[in-house]
Ligand binder design. Structure first.
Ligand SMILES: [Zn+2]
Length: 135
C-alpha cells in the first residue's frame, strides 16, 4: 500500500480506531489500515474501502464482512466506517460500547470490542479524561 494512502487513512481517522474509537496515542500497540471489505472478498486498496483500526479490532475482524446480531440472530453486514456514521450505530455506556443497530451489535461481537481488557483500558482512559476522543 502506498505511503500517501496510509497517511490519508491515518489523517482522515484522526489517529483513532474507526470501530472502537481507541486513540492510537494512548495505546502502545501499532494500529493498522483495515480493508473494510477484505481483499479476500474483492475489496480494493482504495480510499473508500480503507479504515484505521486498532490491532485488536483488526485482528478480530480478519476477513469478516458480516456477523450475527446477538439480538435478532440474523446475519448482517459489519459496520462500514466509510458508508455509515459511527454516531448513528453506536453509543457509549461508560466504557461499554452499545450497538443501536443490528450491524453495530454484530460488529461489537465479532470484533470483541467489550472484552474485559478493553473495557478496563477505556475505563482508565475515561478516568484520565482521555476518552472518548473528541471527533
Ligand atoms: Zn479498535
Amino acid at each position: 500500500m502506498e505511503r500517501s494512502l496510509q497517511e490519508l487513512v491515518w489523517r482522515r481517522a484522526g489517529g483513532v480506531c474507526e470501530y472502537c474509537l481507541l486513540p492510537s496515542m494512548h495505546h502502545p500497540v501499532p494500529f493498522q489500515v483495515d480493508h473494510v471489505i477484505a481483499q479476500q472478498h474483492g475489496g480494493e486498496t482504495i480510499e473508500s474501502n480503507l479504515a484505521l483500526a486498532c490491532l485488536r479490532c483488526n485482528t478480530h475482524k480478519g476477513p469478516n464482512i458480516a456477523g450475527i446480531d446477538p439480538v435478532t440472530r440474523k446475519i448482517v453486514p459489519l459496520f462500514h466506517p466509510r458508508t455509515q456514521r459511527w454516531d448513528q450505530h453506536f453509543h457509549w455506556d461508560g466504557p461499554i460500547l452499545t450497538g443501536v443497530t443490528p450491524s453495530a451489535r454484530a460488529t461489537i461481537f465479532v470484533l470483541d470490542i467489550n472484552h474485559a481488557v478493553r473495557v478496563t483500558l477505556r475505563a482508565t482512559l475515561i478516568d484520565e479524561g482521555l476518552f472518548p476522543p473528541r471527533r
